[in-house]
Design a protein around this ligand. Structure first.
Ligand SMILES: Cc1cc2nc3c(=O)[nH]c(=O)nc-3n(C[C@H](O)[C@H](O)[C@H](O)COP(=O)(O)OP(=O)(O)OC[C@H]3O[C@@H](n4cnc5c(N)ncnc54)[C@H](O)[C@@H]3O)c2cc1C
Length: 286
């Protein structure tokens, strides 16, 4: 079984600040980390490899320093790492990013057919959650989003059964391979890197692919040229100054609670008081 895990190197969001004048994100001096959501995907891929065997290839599109993210994945047990890096990718939005990554997955599949692609639920910087579905669409893969658990996988029958968090419950879904899964946070706990893994990661020759090697024939589909999204403004939202009120009611009966609440609301909002007065409701608290 060949599993590709897409991992993105992102600035550590806990240390990002927004420039007070230009409203742009200040990345200088901010350490880079593997997108935390992608670590859940990586762990799940490694667990599947432990169960059914095969190969885990990690894939990242980013600047040369993103190689560190891939080495980290190798130290945990990934078998191969490919960094798709080219000046032509600068300024890529989610459309161009998913196009480039889909193309790279296609190239990876030439060596050994890809059965499963993992993405994180979203990144902590771009935060769009669009790249995974974008790759699935381009590669015509079945798409399973918000997956919290993989119940079974059968590489012979080309089937996979997963649990997916849905509104109001959990869905158990079965689909055919190959497919793309976006993994939920908290779905597993990442293993520790072994000493052997750390040594292997330090020596591992990460493959670097430029846009040609990634199979991109038309450079106008990546980078700024291939990115129709325009970011008009980035800003830190104004903190909400409103505070919740604690309303206490001594008797604790629903009627008294309703009357106390109503009294509070009508004191604050005379229009509501007048309306309720006209309807004859204010006194009884109904
Ligand atoms: C107009 C515009 C210009 C931009 N210019 C730049 C720029 O110059 N430099 C820059 O760094 N960003 C830039 N961005 C941001 C960049 O487009 C996004 O970060 C990128 O498209 C991924 O989107 P996302 O972070 O929302 O990923 P999501 O869709 O939230 O990611 C979901 C999952 O997809 C996978 N994934 C996402 N991106 C990658 C990746 N690069 N490699 C491997 N796996 C990935 C991961 O598994 C991730 O968990 C720009 C965005 C716009 C709109």
């Amino acid at each position: 079984m060949h599993i590709v895990v897409c991992i993105k190197q992102v600035p550590d969001s806990s240390q990002i600040r927004v420039h007070p004048v230009t409203n742009t994100i200040m990345r200088q001096g901010v350490p880079a980390v593997v997108n935390p959501y992608d670590l859940f995907s990586l762990e799940e891929a490694l667990r599947l490899k432990d169960r059914v065997g095969g190969r885990v290839t990690v894939l990242c599109m980013g600047p040369p320093q993103a190689e560190m993210a891939l080495r980290k994945a190798i130290s945990f047990g990934a078998d191969h790492a490919i960094l798709v890096t080219d000046r032509a990718f600068a300024g890529s939005d989610t459309l161009a990013t998913s196009f480039a990554l889909a193309s790279a997955v296609r190239q990876i599949g030439r060596d050994m057919a890809v059965d499963l692609v993992f993405c994180g639920k979203q990144t902590i910087d771009g935060d769009t959650a669009q790249v995974g579905p974008g790759i699935a669409k381009r590669l015509d893969l079945q798409l399973l989003t918000y997956v919290s658990q993989i119940d079974a996988v059968d590489p012979e029958r080309r089937e996979i059964v997963v649990r997916r968090r849905a509104e109001g419950g959990v869905q158990v879904l079965k689909t055919r391979l190959p497919c793309l899964i976006t993994m939920l946070e908290g779905s597993n706990e990442l293993r520790f890197a072994t000493q052997a893994g750390i040594f292997r990661a330090a020596r591992y020759p990460v493959q670097r692919w430029d846009s040609k090697a990634a199979g991109i024939e038309d450079p106008s589909r990546v980078g700024l040229k291939g990115s129709p999204t325009v970011v008009r403004k980035v800003f830190a939202p104004t903190p909400n100054t409103q505070r919740a009120d604690l309303i206490s009611c001594e008797s604790g009966t629903p009627e008294d609670l309703a009357a106390t609440l109503l009294a509070k609301l009508t004191t604050r909002n005379p229009e509501l008081a007048a309306l309720l007065g006209r309807a004859g409701m204010q006194e009884t608290g109904r």
